[in-house]
Write a protein that binds this ligand. Structure first.
Ligand SMILES: [Zn+2]
Length: 446
């Protein structure tokens, strides 16, 4: 099932970059597709011609060209390695790729910590390595500057060690350099490490679109001792992101018109991963959060880190997304939310709305879990209220404009969405009254 690297390498063709306008973001500046067609929008970004050395890649045109039956497609990283201390063995893992010279992308802080350990490990295996410092934003400017700096280095592979943006930038840089990427996440706050796509931002940090790659990361190496050292809020946010995976994949599986980010139908395998991801979090999430709070690793933390990173990563990419993520990404358009909350916290709120829209008891179950670990479950916990009409309208408009919203089995209209937001908010308040908000307040430093 794993992607084989270097099997086919397209020749380097200078092109102006095209991006698939994100399946998860929307901009008022371009036309929306007919949701029934499930087409994805091509959005051209104005930039210098020489800046990109590789042709853009669109999975939809490979897997589901217009007018053909849509197949099931599953993709995954070449190897996934997780455990305490594995970061010190990166050199040994890299040896299976038969490479001699490696670039290590990490933030300034990361270069002193995880980057230095990776470099030591590579040198121990006689693998030549050069460090390059990540500027902090996964923007075209940062990506182009890194490519410019690294293109004369004759690298055989790039290791990206850090949080979600460093990881996503690493994938974009490696693609342009025509080399495999290895991901060493230092947080379990999101499911970016395993996927063959990156969310690209403006220099100011506003989501700009999604770039897709033909190869998944060659290796993903997750050191749980490093993850346990990070703030508890990151692991909990990762749980918010991961919990949505099953609810979104099951919607896509049940709706024949739904498409995954690959433009394909979900596989049962990826949906099964989403389901066990949710079970793992419900059963072990709270205990794992406590482990991180005390800075210790144990078997429960291993399970939850795998859920947040591997199960959620494969589950969303090959299982599909729905309105939970559309809402989460729409929240980034509201400054007070964008500036103060993490992706997984916004996804938790989106999941509540999706489950409210679907009806049944699952919304209450999710809300009780989210409250127990400290995720937000009502609007006030994202610094909003139902009376913020401007913000709520922005949220609704951006959500309705997102393709993945229309993976839901029902027709999602302004009224349907507004009603679900209100129902979820009310439920969240009731659950907060019932179980309290101590965890939320502790993680938010209140
Ligand atoms: Zn996500």
């Amino acid at each position: 099932m794993a992607t084989i690297h270097n099997a086919t390498r397209t020749p380097k063709v200078p092109r102006t970059a095209f991006f698939i306008r994100s399946f998860i973001t929307a901009s008022p500046s371009f036309t929306l597709p007919n949701p029934a067609s499930r087409c994805y929008i091509l959005h051209r970004i104005n930039r210098p011609k020489a800046a990109m050395s590789k042709a853009p890649y669109f999975p939809h045109s490979v897997f589901s060209p217009e007018g053909e039956p849509v197949p099931r497609v599953m993709i995954a990283p070449g190897r996934y390695i997780q455990g305490p201390g594995v970061i010190d063995h990166v050199g040994r893992y890299v040896s299976i790729l038969n490479i001699a010279r490696v670039g290590v992308l990490a933030s300034r802080r990361g270069q002193q910590a995880e980057g230095a350990r990776i470099m030591d490990s590579l040198r121990g295996r006689n693998i030549d390595a050069t460090a390059t410092t990540f500027g902090g934003e996964c923007s075209l400017e940062e990506i182009d500057a890194q490519v410019e700096r690294l293109k004369e280095e004759n690298l055989d592979c790039l290791i990206a060690a850090g949080g979600g943006k460093c990881v996503d930038a690493g994938k974009c840089i490696a693609y342009r350099l025509d080399i495999p990427v290895i991901i060493v996440p230092t947080l379990a706050s999101n499911d970016a490490p395993c996927s063959a796509l990156s969310v690209v931002y403006t220099k100011e940090g506003v989501s700009r679109g999604t770039e897709f790659f033909p190869d998944s990361p060659a290796l993903v190496v997750v050191d749980t001792a490093v993850v346990a050292d990070a703030d508890e809020r990151y692991l909990v946010s990762g749980m918010g992101d991961a919990m949505a995976t099953w609810y979104e994949a099951r919607v896509c599986l049940a709706n024949p018109a739904a498409r995954t980010p690959l433009g394909a139908r979900p596989t049962l395998a990826s949906c099964a991963m989403g389901e066990i991801c949710a079970h793992t979090l419900y059963e072990h999430g709270l205990e794992a959060a406590r482990s991180v709070a005390s800075g210790s690793t144990n078997e429960v933390l291993e399970k939850v880190v795998e859920a947040n990173t591997l199960l959620s990563g494969i589950g969303f990419e090959s299982g599909g997304l729905a309105v939970a993520h559309a809402i989460a990404l729409a929240y980034t358009r509201i400054p007070v939310v964008h500036d103060n909350y993490l992706h997984g916290e916004m996804v938790a709120m989106g999941t509540m709305v999706q489950l409210a829209m679907e009806g049944g008891d699952e919304a209450t179950r999710a809300a009780r879990f989210f409250a127990s670990v400290g995720l937000p479950i009502h609007l006030a916990q994202l610094s909003l209220s139902r009376d913020n009409h401007g913000a709520i309208n922005t949220l609704i408009e951006a959500t309705l404009a997102s393709n993945i919203t229309h993976n839901m089995p029902m027709t999602v209209t302004d009224d349907v969405l507004r009603n679900a937001i209100n129902v979820a908010d009310e439920l969240g308040r009731q659950v907060t009254e019932d179980v309290g908000d101590l965890s939320y307040r502790r993680l938010q430093g209140l």
